[in-house]
Design a protein around this ligand. Structure first.
Ligand code: FAD
Length: 454
């Protein structure tokens, strides 16, 4: 079966490369995912050792992979599913984000309204499904239906804020306006001049949520960690080579996000962009009192140069900002020091007395963007499937995308699956150095557009 996404050219390339896909580069997210560091150490990993057989192998245990494995396990109780992860669950991007589980288009200025409207249905369904799972399995991840506030610090960002509220109006999402006093009441800071508040989305500790989701998979799903797939061979079913063993599977679902291109699959579809976050140690009561009266909040910048900022339920500040083109998928120490300094300054600009609060971690992670808010979803070739979560609201879109892909594989139909299948496929991108040049130029423009927002 030829994929709805990925396309004929991808299929041909796959068929031509002697049916062996070698990973040129493996995930190396670098140390100090602050969310992960605050959790107790996990039990030792079960690794792929010797010869493992499974009906399905799912590569990558992020939001997409955990969702695919869960739903396959549910729909095919007599089949076995191997979920194989290069590092540990919760350590990768799905556990190192800002923890916004978004039920609606997350940013203003929708370039493709039809796609945004369809995506919106997926985001809402993904949020609802995750909420149900967290509740049903009592996953302790600080899940809170607090919603979110989009913020503008300077007059130059007001058009961006208007684009957010216009987008909400177009999609029929209720919102309310906040002024500087309202924002001070929530955050304790007079840094922001205006905000747009919307309900419906949630805030979580993402590493804890991912760990909880992986710990509650159906019994026919086995999780293997610290087991990078080095190569996929396709002679007679699939053979996945890991450092200490192999998995033989009838069907494979690729959920390794931006690392798919490292295997030569889905190249030139996704722009890999790194962003960076720091999480502080818990604030003292006196420090926490400087951050408003609500005990938590989640702020998203209206302007893309701004900062995502949270006060978590356990009394920490999360600061996220800065964008880098991340084709190398590496985070050199000098870059991480520079980012940590930027985050410290961003905290001090909002709360001058908190500029020296120590961090439990500063880290980077990679987000995937498409040129057209398109989808990567479906079959690449017989028995090889993929789902990738890009652009807006990727955590909730990835969760529902993974669930729907499993249903698609099992022949289940639904209105939501039809919505997913009707999205345009991720458009082809130019290769480097053209893409690199274009992305650097765009990042430069973003940085220039809202200098005071960070
Ligand atoms: C700083 C930051 C903040 C963000 N904030 C938010 C937010 O608030 N809300 C939101 O919705 N999104 C946010 N995102 C984006 C979001 O986290 C990602 O888009 C999403 O996690 C992608 O999910 P995924 O399952 O597709 O990929 P991933 O989570 O990257 O999972 C893929 C997994 O595949 C594994 N893998 C790769 N190659 C191999 C291999 N060869 N063998 C085995 N395993 C392999 C990786 O180790 C990884 O764990 C943020 C991202 C960053 C970096």
């Amino acid at each position: 079966m030829l994929g709805t996404q990925g396309g004929a050219k991808e299929h041909e390339r796959f068929a031509m490369v002697k049916r062996r896909f070698k990973a040129r580069r493996l995930p190396d997210d670098g140390p100090r995912n602050g969310w992960y560091e605050t959790l107790p150490p996990p039990p030792p990993a079960r690794r792929v050792e010797g010869r493992v057989r499974a009906d399905f192998a799912v590569i990558g245990a992020g939001t997409c992979g955990c969702a695919v494995a869960r739903r396959l396990g549910e729909l095919r109780p007599d089949d076995t599913v191997a979920l194989v992860e290069a590092t540990r669950v919760g350590y990768g991007t799905s556990g190192r984000n800002a923890g916004f589980m978004l039920d609606h288009h997350s940013h203003g200025g929708m370039r493709h309204f039809e796609a945004a409207r369809k995506n919106d249905r997926l985001f809402a369904a993904g949020t609802a499904w995750l909420r149900d799972l967290v509740e049903k399995h009592q996953i302790r991840c600080q899940w809170s239906d607090w919603g979110r506030i989009y913020v503008a610090a300077e007059a130059s960002a007001e058009p961006d804020l208007k684009a957010v509220s216009d987008g909400f109006d177009a999609l029929g999402v209720p919102w309310r306006k906040l002024d500087r006093d309202d924002l001070e009441a929530v955050t304790g800071s007079r840094f922001y001049r205006r905000g747009v508040r919307a309900d419906g989305s949630a805030l979580v500790q993402p590493a804890a949520m991912m760990r909880g989701l992986a710990a509650t998979l159906p019994p026919n799903v086995t999780l293997y960690e610290e087991s990078p797939v080095l190569e996929i061979g396709t002679t007679g079913g699939f053979r996945l080579a890991c450092p200490d063993g192999t998995i033989e599977a009838r069907e494979v679902v690729l959920c390794n996000h931006v690392h798919a291109e490292e295997m030569g699959i889905l190249r030139h579809r996704i722009v890999p962009l790194a962003s960076f976050a720091s999480l502080t140690e818990p604030l003292s009561d006196a420090q926490a009192a400087m951050l408003g009266a609500e005990g938590e909040f989640g702020l998203l910048p209206a302007n893309a140069n701004g900062s995502t900022v949270r006060l978590t339920l356990d009394g920490r500040i999360l600061m996220r900002n800065s964008l880098h083109y991340a084709r190398s998928k590496r985070f050199p120490p000098a870059l991480m020091e520079e980012v940590a300094d930027t985050h410290r300054r961003s905290i001090a600009r909002r709360w001058p007395d908190l500029g020296e609060v120590s961090f439990s971690g500063t880290w980077g992670g990679i987000l995937g963007f498409t040129r057209n808010e398109g989808a990567v979803f479906g079959a690449v070739r017989d028995g090889l499937w993929t789902v990738m979560s890009c652009d807006a609201a990727p955590m909730t879109k990835g969760a529902i995308g993974g669930k729907l892909l499993a249903e698609h594989i099992c022949g289940e139909e639904s209105e939501l699956l039809r919505v997913m299948l009707s999205l345009p496929r991720a458009a082809l991108l130019p290769p480097d150095p053209i893409l690199r040049f274009a992305v650097h130029r765009r990042i430069g423009r973003i940085a220039a557009a809202g200098p005071g927002e960070r």
